[in-house]
Design a binder for this molecule. Structure first.
Ligand SMILES: *Cc1c(COP(=O)(O)O)cnc(C)c1O
Length: 270
């Protein structure tokens, strides 16, 4: 059994792969608005030695936490969770898809953010802008096992160097500029908060993403607004009946921010 938050990407957005392919039973506990799960909730989720129970083997944290607004998780919280995992003979995995965004926001090295975990994944795509690719890190023995499982799943690649080359460019040129994305997300949030029909969701943006909600009383759904925006050349992500998620990356420049604000204003004025 794996313990993770109800809003974890691994639980919500991976097609149930953890169970279907891993044979692992997810035990979800509530995510707090700051992306963490309560230490006391983790402690009570860990199973005792009873034949009725699955065995607790793993905890997963997510950093930054996507569905909690892209919030970064501190190294000290992660270390606390790691300690609980290790005391109980369990492992801690970090879903660090956006770990470099967390690093930029907290001004702490990515290495420090994952010091206490047993394994970590991060994406070369998304903020780091490679066209494809994610990296799994862990002990040599763990990676050997992972490679075998990847092979079983048909994930073996012979000419992976073509993809890795773009990943190296991402690592060498994209990490140091992530702060610009965070600044643009803040600027976008300030400008969009001036539009009456829009509400910036809880403390967003922490990093490179902005969650926005529509005033329900307006009677227009997020999908309707997204279609209007698209007609005027701006694509926006709809993540709920009345909610959007706007994400910054290298391809979104200052002009893009200005055009997005202008287009939102125009759509709401018609
Ligand atoms: C994108 C994402 C993943 C999965 O990334 P892959 O590219 O499929 O490896 C995992 N967790 C979070 C939080 C993500 O955003």
């Amino acid at each position: 059994e794996v313990i993770m938050g109800t809003m974890a990407h691994t639980f919500l957005f991976e097609g149930g792969g953890v169970s279907a392919l891993g044979g692992v039973h997810p035990h979800t506990i509530p995510n707090q608005p700051d992306g963490t799960v309560k230490i006391s909730d983790i402690e009570s989720a860990i199973r005792g030695n009873d034949i009725h129970f699955p065995s607790s083997r793993l905890i997963i944290l997510e950093n930054t936490h996507n569905r909690c607004g892209g919030v970064p998780i501190t190294a000290s919280y992660t270390a606390q969770v790691a300690q609980i995992a290790h005391i109980n003979g369990m492992r801690l995995h970090m879903d660090g898809a956006r770990i470099f965004n967390a690093s930029a926001a907290l001004m702490v090295s990515a290495k420090a953010l994952v010091d206490s975990v047993d394994s970590v994944t991060f994406c070369l795509s998304k903020g780091l802008c490679a066209p494809v690719g994610s990296v799994l890190c862990g002990s040599e023995e763990f990676i050997f096992t992972a490679k075998r499982i990847r092979k079983q799943l048909g994930g073996g690649m012979r000419q992976a160097g073509i993809i890795a080359a773009a990943g190296i460019v991402a690592l060498e040129t994209m990490i140091d500029r992530l702060g610009e994305d965070h600044d643009r997300a803040k600027r976008l949030s300030v400008e969009l908060s001036k539009i009456d029909a829009l509400r910036i969701d809880v403390n967003s943006p922490y990093t490179n993403m902005l969650f926005l909600s529509l005033d329900h009383e307006m009677g227009r759904t997020a999908r309707e607004i997204a279609i209007k925006m698209k007609e005027q050349g701006i694509l926006i992500g709809v993540v709920g009946e009345y909610q959007f998620r706007l994400v910054m990356h290298f391809g979104i420049d200052d002009l893009g921010i200005a055009r997005t604000v202008e287009t939102f204003r125009r759509v709401f004025s018609t």
